[in-house]
Write a protein that binds this ligand. Structure first.
Ligand code: DGJ
Length: 593
């Protein structure tokens, strides 16, 4: 059942906030098979305990969902040593019951490499079910326990989800190295194996046999030369989304999110999905799995490991909701969160178009955060029903021009010289807004008073970032989406994940160029960036050809451009390195005086 079917209940939830109604709703929702998340929280980066009070030992893990339970499989470690695969189960993603070892080291080491004896290294286990054979199949990275040079996969099989799993074989897919790996089952039942190969330089992607026990010869290379590992794959309608890391051993690095409509074809690399502080280390985590959270239409969870390289057993976990509403998958940071957050994440939907008298929220394209009222200030906030602003759009009769009245109040979104506020209704131009739809289905919102556009102070994406009005320039990325609360309204929707919108037009995924472009023009170093860079300062380092640092700067891009001047540089060749959003780009420039 989707949230749409629960709308009447949710309405009740919105209106009645006393404890009795709250627990009544939770009970009814639980009875309907909807997840009930109660009061617990997922605490990122801290030691998690199972329901017996023991530390959860399930690293590089993956999930499998069946009959109301999530099964979490992961590397069982004793210090640095690998010791089989643990399995836990949970109904709510927060309380985990240990079911022991799904795969136990057995037998003796054989020099054929076909064993799971104690001392072998088994990493990144993932379990899928084969509907054809009725068996559960586990794929994992297998090493002989000495180093990472064997680069094989282990395939094991079981009759029950929790195991015991028995070894089928270890192998190198189509003869190629296979280290970090995952398996993914498409909606048509076809299985796929992703693995870092060719010295981890290039990822290999192979179609599995019908019984999921062997990779077929139908395989391809993706992200050639990019050195990606830690694959985690999910699919929304016809779009596949992959999370990957760079390749720096146990140390975290900037992650990547990529999308494609053709798994074996070209992937569109959207850069680092992280938008909050510590993005450059993927919030000190490395991806391991992307989980479809049951009970919602668009609810997925990123699962990552926060490795302790000196004692892998004590590594912790980082799980975050994947922000999907803008069409670019983002990861925001939460110290802790409850999966009921998916209620609003899933309920706030993009409207097909603006209709006079309808009620909408404005969602920032750059942050997937909603325009809200906090301490009397208009700002972007994480989803919060009490503070998000629902605006009734009142047509003015002029083209694409509306007044935005706060739902339930008689105050309107009003422009001042540089800011916005809510003011009692009047007939001035300050309360009119022109909404120009862009090709990505987001809007530039401008004030006809002086043509300034609605933006966010310092182009910030942060929780609490204040709204402001800025002069319009060609490079501006300040756009807002017109969304609505589907728990309250049943408007035509234009999901960024629909292959076609309701007018039959193919949806174009929002694209985000991740790499800054560096140029040297008229004595000035110009760094042009897409929206990603304007979220935080970008780091620029200038080296001479001997590799000596000549200058180090940190600049904010304004409207997509950062300009730096180095008057003290002599004429000559320099190397400039720019790090934006965790992504380094360097080039040689000739400075002439
Ligand atoms: C990074 C991988 O993602 C981990 O699974 C593990 O293999 C470490 N490298 C070992 O250095």
């Amino acid at each position: 059942m989707t949230t749409a079917g629960l709308r009447p209940l949710m309405d009740m939830f919105m209106i009645k906030t006393n404890k009795f109604f709250l627990s009544a709703v939770i009970l009814v929702v639980a009875a309907l098979g909807q997840p009930a998340y109660g009061a617990g929280r997922i605490y990122n980066g801290s030691a998690w305990r199972d329901t017996d009070g023991n530390a959860i030992n399930a690293h590089g893990g993956g999930m499998y969902y069946e009959n109301g339970y999530y099964y979490w499989f992961g590397e069982n470690r004793r210090g640095m040593r690998s010791y089989g695969v643990s399995v836990y189960r949970s109904e709510d993603l927060m309380n985990w019951e240990s079911l022991g070892l799904a795969l136990t080291p057995t037998g003796d080491k054989k020099n054929t490499l076909q064993d799971i004896a104690e001392g072998r290294t088994i990493e990144r286990p993932k379990v899928i079910k084969c509907e054809k054979t009725g068996k559960y199949v586990m794929w994992a990275h297998w090493e002989d326990g000495n180093d990472y040079s064997k680069a094989r996969v282990m395939i094991a099989q079981a009759d029950k989800v929790e195991g015991p799993y028995s070894l089928v074989r270890t192998l190198r897919p189509n003869g190629a190295e296979s280290r970090d790996q995952t398996v993914f089952v498409d909606s048509d039942g076809t299985g796929y194996h992703f693995s870092s190969s060719e010295d981890n330089m290039t990822m290999h992607l192979a179609v599995l046999s019908d019984d999921y026990l062997i990779p077929t010869e139908n395989w391809t290379r993706i992200f050639a030369g990019k050195q990606y590992e830690a694959p985690a794959i999910m699919k929304i309608n016809g779009t596949y989304i992959g999370f990957f890391s760079g390749c720096t051993g146990w140390r975290p690095n900037p992650g990547h999110v990529a999308t494609t409509r053709n798994l074996m074809g070209e992937w569109n690399d959207l850069g680092n999905p992280c938008v909050d502080a510590n993005a450059e280390t993927t919030y000190t985590s490395q991806p391991t799995y992307a989980l479809k959270v049951e009970g919602y239409d668009y609810a997925y969870m990123y699962m990552g490991d926060r490795w302790n390289s000196s004692n892998v057993e004590t590594s912790t976990y980082v799980w975050l909701p994947v922000m999907l509403r803008t069409g670019v998958p983002f990861l925001r940071w939460f110290d802790s969160w409850n999966p009921s957050m998916f209620e609003t994440l899933d309920a706030i939907r993009r409207a097909e178009s603006i209709s006079d008298g309808n009620t909408y929220v404005l969602l920032s394209r750059m942050a997937d955060r909603i325009v809200s009222l906090n301490d009397n200030k208009l700002c972007l906030l994480d989803d919060d029903d009490a503070r998000m602003l629902n605006f009734v759009f009142e047509a003015t009769g002029e083209s694409d021009t509306y007044k935005l009245r706060r739902d339930g109040g008689d105050d309107y979104l009003t422009a001042s010289s540089s800011g916005v506020s809510l003011q009692p209704g009047d007939d001035t131009v300050s309360q009119k807004w022109v909404l120009e739809r862009q090709s990505d289905n987001f809007y530039i919102v401008s004030s006809p008073k002086d043509g300034k556009i609605l933006s966010v102070r310092d182009a910030s994406m942060a929780n609490g970032a204040e709204l402001e009005l800025i002069p319009r320039t060609g490079a501006s990325k300040a756009r807002f989406g017109v969304y609505f609360d589907s728990r309250r309204f049943d408007y035509p929707e234009n999901s960024p994940w629909g292959e076609r919108n309701s007018s039959g037009v193919e949806n174009v995924l929002n694209e985000r160029s991740s790499m800054p472009v560096i140029s040297y023009e008229n004595g000035k170093l110009i760094v042009r960036v897409e929206e990603s860079a304007s979220r935080r300062p970008i780091a620029v380092t200038l080296y001479d050809l001997g590799g000596r640092v000549v200058a180090v700067d940190s600049v904010m891009a304004v409207d997509g451009t950062a300009v730096l001047e180095y008057p003290s540089c002599r004429s000559g060749m320099y190397i400039v390195k720019v790090v934006d959003n965790g992504q380094p780009v360097s080039m040689k420039i000739a400075v002439s005086k």
